[in-house]
Design a protein around this ligand. Structure first.
Ligand code: C5P
Length: 221
């Protein structure tokens, strides 16, 4: 019997508009290393293949920034889900497990990805990392009036990498639907999604505050 193979899909096709650095976010450098290079480096040891979805027109630049073996670059789409779907299209059939990981969470440690993978190997079909929510969260209407206050103890802030069997993630994206994470599409199939403890280092770098946090982390404030 052939050994299980793991692929990592990294959607990196965001514009980085909210950061306002004038380059796609994946190409933003911290301590001389681009976010996409760091994201790939942190996950490389757990995967036999990494597929990166790059902004259209920046594919070559992203490939040069990564410069690592077993990495394939594809064009991203206008939405995150489409970027992930484009990567799934080129996934060879011999892969058993797929981790989907935001380039913007470049500091997510190898250990977090390994814990996700361990759950898949242990039989889970879908596994996602999460942190407890410390703020009270309100659901509001389009005019910013409160509709309700969900019980905080049942809320979690979800991160990546999110892990799936190849069969489940392929089926989840087959209909071409859009969601802000892959687990939402998987849950729509009726598949149970297991939540495990996340890691504060897997913070998504979206705003200048997040970038300041990351600079502090690498010692270049
Ligand atoms: O926009 P958001 O912060 O949710 O992006 C999360 C991840 O998805 C980022 O790594 C970003 O590069 C990626 N993305 C993508 N294609 C898009 C939009 C976002 O690959 N069209």
């Amino acid at each position: 019997m052939s050994q299980s193979q793991t692929a990592v899909i990294i959607p990196a096709a965001g514009s980085g508009e909210r950061l306002g650095m004038g380059v796609p976010k994946a190409l933003v450098e911290l301590a001389g290393e681009t976010l996409i290079h760091r994201a790939v480096r942190n996950l490389a040891s757990i995967a036999e293949l990494i597929i990166v979805a790059a902004p259209i027109g920046s594919e070559d630049e992203i490939a040069r920034a990564i410069d690592a073996p077993n990495v394939q670059v594809v064009s991203g789409g206008p939405r995150r889900s489409q970027s992930v779907a484009n990567a799934i299209k080129v996934l060879p059939s011999n892969f058993t497990y797929v981790l989907v990981h935001d380039a913007a969470r470049a500091f997510a440690p190898t250990d977090l990805a390994q814990r996700i993978l361990n759950e898949l190997v242990g039989g889970a079909e879908a596994v996602i990392p999460a942190l407890d929510v410390v703020d009270t969260i309100k659901v509001v209407d389009s005019e910013s009036y409160v509709i309700n206050t969900p019980d905080r103890t049942s809320l979690r802030a979800i991160q990546t990498p999110q892990g799936f069997t190849r069969e489940v993630i392929t089926r989840a994206h087959a209909a071409g639907k859009d969601a802000t994470d892959d687990a939402a599409l998987v849950a729509e199939l009726g598949v149970r999604v297991k939540v495990i403890q996340g890691d504060p280092l897997a913070r998504k770098i979206t705003t200048l505050d997040d970038l300041a946090w990351a600079k502090e982390l690498v010692g270049h404030s």
